[in-house]
Design a protein. Sequence first.
Lengths: 362, 378
Amino acid sequence: MALASELPAQSDRWATFANTLRKRAFRSPSDSFTSVFIFGLMLYMAWTMIDWAILSAVWRAEDVENCANTGGACWSVIAARHRLILFGLYPFEEHWRSTLACLAIVATVVLSCLPRFWSTSRLITLWIVGFGAYVVLMDGRLIGQPVVTTDQWGGLALTLFMFSAVVLLGMPLGLLLALARRSKLPVVRGAASLLIDFIRSLPLLTTLFAAAVVIPLLLPDWLNGDKIWRVIVGFALFFACYQAEVFRGGFQAIPKGQFEAGKALGLTPFQTLSRIVMPQVFRHALPSTINMVVVTFKETAIVIIIGFFDVLASANAAFGTVEWAPYYIEVYAFVGAIYWIFIFSLSQYGEYLKARMAVAKR
Amino acid sequence: MDAAALKLRRSRRDMLVQTLLVVFVVLVIWVAISTAHTNLTELNMTSGFGFLERATGWSYSFSLIDRSIDDSYAKTLLIGFLNTLFLGLICIVLSTILGFAIGTARDARQLGLNSLATVYIQLFRNLPLILQLVFWYAVLIHMPGPRQAYTMGEVAFLSNRGLMLPGFNVSPTVVLAMIAAVALLAVVIFRQKSLQPVQKLLLWLVSGIGAMLLLAWIFAPADSSIFSIPAQQGLRFRGGIGVPIELVAMILAITLYGSAYIAEVVRGGLNEVPSGLTEAGKALGLSSRAIWFYIKMPMALRTIMPPLGNQWIFIMKATTLGVAIGFSDLFYIVSTSITQSGQTLELMGLLMLSFLLINYSLAQFVNFMNARLALKGH
C-alpha cells in the first residue's frame, strides 16, 4: 500500500496519464496507428449510438408519427408500453403495488451487498422479509387490497419474483446438499453426489420442462401445486446443485486441523460446523456465490420458453401490435438495459469483493 | 459408558439414518411409478418404446439429412440429435477461436486493443443469452427479401430467407469425406515436431483447401463447375448452401456470448503466467509473437483447459434454446414429439440420456487434453 504522502499530487496525475498513454498506446508508429484506428472506430460507434438513442430520438408517445422520419430511436413505444413490459397483465390500478414489490426485491439484493448484513441470521431475516413483502404486496390479501393471483403476475415483477424465490429456496438446499456430499455415511454421500452430478449435466431447460410437464404425471394431484411453484422448485434444485459445488470449494479451503481442534475442545459436530467452519466457508464462497446469483438472474429469462409471462415475453407483447411492430429494437434495448445494469453492477461488485479478499489474504 | 458402547451406538444411528434415506427414496420412486401407471391407464396410453417406429406426420425447420413427414419418431429424434451436435460443434469452434483472440487482446498492453476487448466482453457477457437470441432472430426476420438481399460480391447473400453461401457442387457423402480428409491432415501435420506453430497452421490451411478442391474436382458432375454459387431467381435462390435464419441466429447469439466467456477464461490463464517468464523471453530477444506462442500460451493452456471444457459443455447445453425461435434441435424435437405422441416419460428419458452422453464425451475429451498438456514429471 502506498502511503498518502507517496500518492501523486493533482498536477502529477495528468503526467501519469500522459505517461500511460505514451507507454501503452503510442510507443511506436504502428502502435500509434492501431490506437488511432481503434479509438476512432470506438468514437464513431459511440457517436452513432448517441445520435440514434438520444439526439435524433423521438421521446413522447404522441409523437409516434415522427418516428419514421427522424431515423433515430422511437422511444414512444416505451412511453406507451412500459407498464406492460414492467408489470405484464397485473391490473392497471394496482401497479403501485407491483412497483413497491419490485423495489422490495431490489432493496433486498442491494442490502445483502453491505458487509453490515453479512451474518447468517441477518441475511436470512433480510431475504425472508424482502420476499415476504413482495408476496404480501403482490397478493394483496393481507393488506386489505383486491386479491391478484399469481397467474396475473407478469413482466419484470414476475422475473424478480422467480429470481428471489429461487435464491431463497436454493441457498439452504445447496448448503444441505454440500453437507450431504461430505457426509461420512456412504449412502447419503452417494445419493447427494448422484443428484448433483445428474442435475449439473442436464441443461436448465430440461429440468424446468420436467418440473412443468413430467412431474404432474408422477406425483399424486394433492402434491402437485401450481405450475409456477413447480418450476420455481425445479429451478431452485438446479441452483442448489451448482451452489453445493461452490460451498464444497469453500469447505476445501478449511484446514482439517480446525475440525480436530473443535473436537479436542469438546464441541459437538454441530457446534464445530456452525461456530467455526461455516462462517469461514461463507466467507470463502462469497465471490463465487455472487457469481452464481448473477448467472441465476440471467438464466431466469428462459422461463419464457416454459410459458411464463416474464419481462422478455411482455417485451414481445409490447411490440406485438401493428402500430408498434417496427420498433422491436427499442423494446429489446430497453429490456436489455434493465438486465445489463443489474447484472453488470452485481458482477463488478463480485470482482471488487474478490480483489478485497485477495488483499486480506496477502 | 465405555468407548466401545459409544461406537456401537453411533454406528447403529448411522445405519438407521441411511436406511431411512433408502426407504424414503424407494417410497418416492414407488409413488411416482404407481401414479404414472394410473395416469397413463386413464389416458389410455401404452408405455414403452413402440412409438419410435410410428411415422410422425409433422415437419420442422432444419435437418442435415433428407427428411419427410413420414419419417419415424426414431429417425426424427436422430435428426434432432445430429442438429444439436452440429450446432454445438460449430459454436464451440467459432467461440473458441474468437475467445482466444479477444482474450489475448484483453491481456494486451496496447490500450486500444485492450479497451475494445473489454467493451466486447462486458457487452455480451452481461445480457441473458436468450435475450440476445430473440434479438438477433428479430433483426434477421426484418431483413429485406431476396430481391433486395445484402450481398458480398454476388456470391453470398443475406436476406430474410437466410444466409446463402457458395459451396462445392458435390453430394453430402463427399462433404463428409472432405471433413475427414481435413481432420486427418490436422492430425498428421500437428504431430510434426520439426515445424513451428505458425508454419503448421499455414501448412494445414493450404493443404486442407487443396484436398477439398481436389475432392471436388474428382467428384463434381462432369459438365458443370466444381463450385455451386447461389443466384437469385424470382423470390428464391438457386444453388449454393442455404443457411436458414434460425441457424444463423443461433450461431450468432451463442458464439458472441460463448466467446465473451471464453475470452475471460483465456485472459485469466494468460494473467497467471509469471511475468518473470515473459521478461526472460524479452531478455533473450524473442519477438512478442514468439513470446506468445512459445512461452505464454503453452503455460497458460494448462490453467485455461479445465474452465474451457466447462464452457464447451455450457455451449452444448445452450443449444436447447433453439426451441425459443423454432430451430429444430434435440430439445425442440423432443418437446414437439411429447405434444404430438404423449410419450412424455420415454422421450424425457431419451433427452436426458443424450445430454449425459454428449457431456460425458466432452468431459472425456477435456481430460485427454489435460493429460496431454500436463507437465512431464509433475
